[in-house]
Design a protein around this ligand. Sequence first.
Ligand SMILES: *[C@@H]1O[C@H](CO)[C@@H](O)[C@H](O)[C@H]1NC(C)=O
Ligand SMILES: *[C@@H]1O[C@H](CO)[C@@H](O)[C@H](O)[C@H]1NC(C)=O
Ligand SMILES: *[C@@H]1O[C@H](CO)[C@@H](O)[C@H](O)[C@H]1NC(C)=O
Length: 621
Amino acid sequence: MIGGRVLSVRTRWLIPVGLGTFLLGVYVFTYPIDPSWSSIQQHIPSTWPFGPGRPGPPPDSNSDWNPHPPGPPPPPNSHWNSWTEKTGSATAKESDYIYPHQNPASPLLVEVDEEKRNAVVDAFKHAWGHYERKAMGSDEFHPIKGVGTNLTYSGAGIGYNIIDAIDTMYIMGLKTEYETARKWIKEHLSFRRKGSVSTFETTIRVLGGLLSTYYLTSDQLYLKCAEDLGSRLIHAFDTPLGLPVSHIDLANPAEWKDSWGNMKVCPAEIGTLQLEFRYLAQATGNETYWRKVEKVMEVIDRNTFSNGLVTGDLSLKDGSFFNTEIRLGGRVDSYYEYLLKQWLQTNRTEPFYDRMYSKAMAGINDNLIQQTPNQKLTYTAELIAKRGVKIVEWTLRHRQEHLTCFIAGSLMLGATTSGLAPGVVKASVPPRPEEFMARGLRDWNTGTELLETCMKTHDTATGLAAEIVTFKTEESPPHAHGTDEEERDWFISGNHINSKGAFWAPWDAHYLLRPEIVESLFLAWRLTGDMRYRNYAWNVFQAIEKHCRLPEGGYASVANVDRLPVKHEDKQETFFLSETLKYLYLTFSDTSVLPLTDIVFNTEAHPLPVFTPSTIKPGLS
Ligand SMILES: *[C@@H]1O[C@H](CO)[C@@H](O)[C@H](O)[C@H]1NC(C)=O
Ligand SMILES: *[C@@H]1O[C@H](CO)[C@@H](O)[C@H](O)[C@H]1NC(C)=O
Ligand SMILES: *[C@@H]1O[C@H](CO)[C@@H](O)[C@H](O)[C@H]1NC(C)=O
């Protein structure tokens, strides 16, 4: 059964029937009409990019609408957070705003940048087309050899690449590609594939992709497949405490049971399933999915440190955290991301998650946020446990993963929702300082500063950011890291050893086509309307085009971002199609496409709707 709420949310989009004729006009102009395609499209949210230009004027526009409202131009090199340095308090002067906002009660709408958006669509076609010709149906793709591989023992795939990419096709309006992908799902997709797959990766990429495509299209095919997959994955939660095991056999989902005994899991893999299973519950009306993932959050909440932080490892048996490492990168990252997004997903009706989120952000602020002594770059460090006889001592390690850069945009999103002052329902674009409560302002500033630092990590030979950077501290001796890196406040660990550009590259030096920085740029762009973020995103895209694009088709990872000519590695990760190119596309779309007020992106960039729980009553408060 489809939850009534889903339908009523959808009908909202059908209300402006008055615009219908106009929409259809634009639509006919943009795509050759095909009845089945257009019948799918009528279910797309009103935010659907109907080709160039948006239907009708923005709701608050006067006739002289201008995407860049009049006002003093930003001073050179200024950005939002510079005002705190100047004033040091929460009261800002009018002159501190980048874009003074005429009507703060209404969203700022900024037009599409068609040329750049089309360049991103072209990149998607280049990446997908090569996969479709060479490896259609395979889970993973190696674009240089032009071959695919599958994740299961049986040698058959689970639709990993196709399902991860299909909603991007739909959002980009790539009809031919979309129909090909849908046909594959309809005719070939099966989850009765023997082998061990990751509960987490399968949930965020496959379940998430099916659910978002269902949300966008209302096509029951996707919900049916999602329910089939969900009913298999749900067996992962059959452990004494209800914490899911990391891997599961989709063909025989109950079989893992013998081996769960001494398993360690990480917060990201058990705390990044909730958006997907909660929406599955909402869409099917089956409460089981909701309760299973909710229970996990209750167990985590009972076991976090008093400052809201967690380490990367906890016991599946008793839920306790091991004293290993406290950080924001791999193993933990999306756990923090989903604290905020669970609260947003249910339309801010579950204060439980808001409390967990704000406590964790305070813990991060107090313990992990650092500044370089030289250029004053804000960055995130890690805390490493050193075990003595009785006590555990935590020491800082000044290492930041590319993955960690998600936190910049997440802090900004959190500041403009969870961090709003009492009585402020919606933040302006850009937000005004007085709209924040103290912790909102703190997180906004930290987020914008971290994003600047993440952009600084693109100061490499290729303009691509490394997988891991290490920041220089008072203690790092001068010239310790190779003469070519003196200018920077950070270095790529291990890279000075082969400064002659040998074949070997340390892991830290890779670029794997990751999305986290463009994800944060997209959020920053939407929340501020500040062109600097669009420009940054364009620079990142240009570097990808220059160094990752393969002439025959596809995009490859780069082994060392700081060495030219680049050495490619033979992998085009599915998240390049699902996340990197989607966030870039959305950054150059107009701001009404998938508005942040109506949707939450899962950690794989699959958009899911915000809804108010009705049939299912949330159990944590
Ligand atoms: C992976 O599995 C799919 C079927 O699910 C099949 O079409 C494809 O050929 C397989 N790829 C490889 C490399 O075996
Ligand atoms: C709800 O989902 C669970 C898990 O897949 C399943 O066992 C149960 O039969 C479903 N309930 C209904 C009413 O469909
Ligand atoms: C969210 O809540 C607000 C105010 O309580 C309400 O106006 C809005 O319709 C809700 N949105 C959804 C998607 O349920």
